[in-house]
Ligand binder design. Structure first.
Ligand code: PAF
Length: 280
């Protein structure tokens, strides 16, 4: 496995791999890798012959009072996991190379990213879109793999790639859950035992919503009310939003359409912000 830090080296490597006819699969990450990331790497290995993982904690997607400084950085452990998973190249550029002094160009998708997390984290999708476009330009992937846990992120990136004619196919991969249902997330490591126990209510409420739909419920308001009611039972949980949306536009819908509608939740569990969603 090669570890590349320099932008120039990554660019020339990507060009050589393409000239040699390799299909490049790309998994962008902020490190602190868990089973969710490993499942993306696994998918990439199945459909590409060179797998590149980027590790970069992207400052532009964090708000001023968010957890950028304390976001877990575990490069040594991450590199070991990548090596064991059979990754070919890990790209871990420096902050200064990605955002040198005077940096002033951003990618701002203004429709899909507007609601849900776009309201509570106003610059988040601009930061994510900007870093992903920069990484796509450097890595030149045929396929790029994102987890469905971040459903709005997937939808925004798909829209950006489509609108800007970027030649990578976005592959959305299923959310990986702990055996008890909690969606895997790098932020889960912030949770105390008691907080983790309460956090479980989020996935439970989502599974309950899916059951309701399987049993004939088709009204979004009913689903939202039920999830809100379930989460309100937990004193550590404060809901940021519960919304039933179209999975492409991420706009609220009133009626549930199979395979097209998801219900998304964002909530604070004390000071830890978690998101999750499920297809209805
Ligand atoms: O999902 C993430 O880890 C990040 O938002 C991403 C896509 C790597 C961009 O920094």
């Amino acid at each position: 496995m090669q570890v590349i830090e320099s932008i120039e080296k990554m660019q020339s490597m990507a060009i050589s791999l393409r000239l040699e006819g390799h299909l490049i699969g790309f998994v962008p990450t902020m490190g602190c890798l868990h089973q969710g990331h490993l499942s993306l790497i696994d998918r990439a290995k199945n459909s590409s012959d060179k797998v590149i993982v980027s590790i970069f904690v992207n400052p532009t997607q964090f708000g001023p009072n968010e957890d950028f400084d304390r976001y877990p950085r575990l490069l040594k452990e991450d590199l070991k996991l990548c090596e064991e998973a059979g990754v070919d190249i890990v790209f871990c550029p420096s902050m200064n190379d990605m955002y040198p002094e005077g940096y002033s160009t951003y990618v701002d998708e203004v429709f899909v990213g507007k609601d849900l997390c776009g309201i509570s984290r106003p610059n988040f999708f601009r930061g994510v879109s900007t870093i992903c476009v920069k990484l796509f330009n450097l890595v030149r992937p045929d396929f790029s793999y994102f987890g469905k846990k971040d459903a709005q992120q997937c939808a925004v990136i798909k829209k950006v790639v489509n609108d800007l004619n970027i030649a990578t196919e976005i592959i959305e991969c299923e959310t990986v859950r702990e055996p008890d249902g909690l969606a895997m997330s790098s932020r889960n490591r912030y949770l105390t035992e008691a907080q983790r126990a309460d956090a479980l209510a989020i996935s439970k409420a989502l599974f309950h919503a899916k059951d309701m739909v399987a049993n004939g419920a088709d009204n979004a308001d009913r689903i939202i009310a039920e999830i809100t009611h379930e989460l309100a039972k937990f004193r550590r949980i404060r809901i940021i939003y519960v919304q039933v949306v179209d999975s492409v536009s991420m706009k609220a819908v009133r009626t549930i359409l199979p395979k097209k509608t998801i219900v998304c939740v964002a909530a604070w569990v004390d000071e830890v912000r978690l998101i999750d969603n499920i297809e209805l």
